[in-house]
Design a protein around this ligand. Structure first.
Ligand code: GLP
Length: 628
């Protein structure tokens, strides 16, 4: 029997971790190219199983490039998609049929007759037959050669929600609440997300000859680890990939974070005890033993596979104190630095004071949700804080809000003393109402509606900012073009976005920047915005402000930072927490994760307390971004 590596002992499915999604997508596309060519040479079609969502988009873009630049032909390719929303026709903007057409099929030479998707409009009494025919069709072409998969936040593949059995076949299923929440921004509100879908079953998927599951960003990390290392269970349908002889995971760094080899590397092989790894091990050990850092003893180290660390950096007493001090020094009530104080052990430098702080939000609500308490402190301490909403966020706003706003405008005008003065507004409101009517519940918003929805969000952000003491002129709306021209799960940024971001930096010349999205799926709005900032900082590299400006990463919708990752912890008083909650409440359309933000900052404080550091009501945490 071959010797299995330590990683393989934990990982039950072969897993490749790529530096980024683009590299993974290129690798997979090359494999697909070879598959198509080999099959075609043998005189057979290649049968591909396709997936939707943001995850496969870079892979599809690479296939299109191979077709256009390297002549890869799809004439003898047959495709079967995993799933479709039930109730949506193929031309609905959020149907998977339309998604596939826009993201791949319209750009390659695949014959229409070779494309297969479950129908979202088959009448209820024919669903069963339709599903059986779908299965039969897959079998009639010799089965799927390679099935591409993504993974949902419930651990689903296709739409096989928790409870789907190992042998399930193509069928209609009810979507999980979490899945519908995740699709809320695609559909401008959870209430518009279909309740049902038709999906290939787990059994159907496992019949493919090869499977590759892709996942990007740390929001997928927990589910990815469960699927790869956890027990095979109906609770996580992706875990059934363990039961397939040729299944693989292609993931990026963010999605790999919860794997044992990344999270607890000392359990897997010899660890390199960098300062961050040492902190990670100590924090983990403290939580495991339920002891504060200063109370860890030799036995704890030995029993938790850390004797190596102890012999390298011990004795325990001194190691404990060293790490305790490091963690203590992350706590500061002065996010902008404490003026006129020794800053040797403080997270932020004392000078200059006051600082110009740019707080970036990928979408209007992000900064207040992720760091409302810190904004409050920065203002209180006299810094010049500017909230910059990088995108308008308009795609998230439900039609009902636009309807309400236009209705109010009309009513105001009809009650005005001089109604004639209001005629442009009346015209605007009437046009908005007519457009809403015309496009129907699911149609795409024409520019006027997008503008109206953006205005609604502008009002909300100004209002939330005001409760934190940020004046209206310090709230900036950048409306980056990638968002205005795109849709969720398929945004594409260009040089115009980098230029806009660069201009922002040059206009404001910040001393401090706060941003999120560093570990997010690179195709998410936050992920794109973070990468644009990195590119803009590079573009400004020669300028004085860019060299000295510090960049702090906060967490918005993403997984909260773990204590060992935190470089700056800003404690919040109960009153500040209340102000933050109040500011958050100004937003109309928040996801459940965003609504939980005050509780997340309470949880941060509990963790610091259990490490024996300090007891606070809540903490907002930040990581220093280090330039490569
Ligand atoms: C939907 C699809 C899945 C997909 C998942 C994740 O639920 N039915 O096939 O894997 O979304 O989407 P994303 O790739 O956008 O994260």
């Amino acid at each position: 029997m071959p010797i299995r590596s330590h990683a393989e002992i934990y990982e039950k499915v072969p897993t490749s971790i790529f530096p980024d999604s683009a590299t993974a997508a290129r690798t997979l596309a090359q494999e697909v190219k070879q598959l198509i060519e080999a099959k075609n040479q043998a005189g057979k079609p290649a049968v591909l199983g396709m997936a939707t969502g943001s995850t496969p988009v870079p892979f599809y873009r690479e296939l299109i490039r191979l077709h256009k630049e390297e002549g890869l032909s799809f004439k003898k390719v047959i495709t079967f998609n995993l799933d479709e929303y039930y109730g949506l026709s193929g031309d609905h903007p959020e149907s998977y049929a339309r998604f596939m057409a826009e993201q791949l099929f319209d750009h390659i030479d695949i014959p229409k007759a070779n494309i297969n998707l479950p129908s979202g409009t088959v009448p209820g009494d024919q669903v069963f037959v339709h599903c059986r025919q779908y299965e039969e069709k897959i079998q009639s072409v010799g089965g799927i050669d390679l099935q591409i998969l993504g993974i949902g936040r419930t651990g689903h593949i296709g739409f096989n929600e928790p409870g789907s059995s190992r042998d399930s076949l193509t069928r209609r299923i009810t979507l999980d609440r979490v899945t519908r929440q995740d699709a809320a921004s695609d559909f401008r509100g959870e209430q518009n997300v279909p309740h049902f879908a038709i999906t290939m079953g787990v059994g159907t998927i496992l019949r493919a000859k090869k499977l590759v599951l892709m996942a990007w960003g740390d929001n997928k990390a927990t589910m990815v680890a469960k699927a790869i290392e956890g027990p095979m269970t109906e609770a996580v349908s992706a875990s059934f990939l363990q039961d397939h002889p040729d299944a693989r995971f292609f993931i990026d760094n963010g999605a790999s974070r919860e794997l044992t080899r990344i999270k607890l590397p000392w359990l897997v092989g010899p660890a390199s005890w960098t300062p961050r790894e040492t902190r990670r091990a100590m924090v983990w050990q403290a939580f495991k033993t339920k002891r504060p850092i200063l109370k860890l003893i030799d036995e704890d180290y030995n029993e938790h596979g850390l004797s190596d660390l102890l012999s390298e950096q011990g004795p325990a007493y001194q190691l404990n104190i060293r790490i305790f001090n490091q963690l203590q020094h992350t706590i500061t009530g002065w996010p902008g630095g404490k003026p006129d104080e020794d800053d040797t052990y403080r997270p932020e430098r004392a000078r200059p004071y006051p600082k110009r702080c740019l707080v970036f939000s990928a979408e209007p609500q992000d900064a207040v949700v992720g760091m409302g308490g810190t904004i409050d402190r920065l203002i209180e301490q006299g810094h010049d804080v500017r909230l910059i909403s990088l995108t308008s966020g308009s795609l998230r706003v439900p039609d009902s809000e636009a309807d309400k706003f236009a209705g109010t405008l009309l009513e105001l005008a009809s009650n005005a003393v001089h109604p004639e003065v209001w005629s442009p507004q009346v015209e605007y409101a009437r046009e908005a109402l007519a457009l809403l009517e015309e496009k129907g519940e699911f149609g795409e918003d024409p520019p006027l509606l997008r503008q109206l929805k953006a205005l609604i969000l502008r009002g909300e952000l100004r209002d939330a900012a005001h409760t934190l003491g940020v004046s209206a002129e310090h709230v900036v709306f950048a409306d980056l073009p990638f968002y205005e021209e795109g849709r969720y799960r398929r945004f594409k940024s260009t040089q115009a976005d980098i230029d806009a971001m660069t201009r922002l930096l040059q206009d404001h010349k910040p001393h401090q920047i706060y941003i999120t999205g560093d570990s997010a799926d690179p195709s998410s709005v936050a992920g794109i915005c973070f990468r644009l900032l990195v590119a803009a900082l590079q573009a400004c590299a020669g300028e004085e402000f860019a060299g000295s400006c510090s960049v702090w990463l906060y967490r918005g919708k993403e997984r909260p930072l773990e204590p060992h990752e935190i470089d700056m912890a800003i404690p919040m008083s109960p009153l500040q927490l209340e102000r933050k909650a109040n500011a958050i409440s100004r937003y109309g359309a928040l996801s459940s994760l965003e609504k939980e933000a005050p509780e997340t900052s309470r949880e941060n404080a509990r963790l610091y307390d259990s490490l024996g550091l300090a007891e606070y009501e809540a903490i907002e945490s930040f990581q220093r971004w280090r330039r490569a």
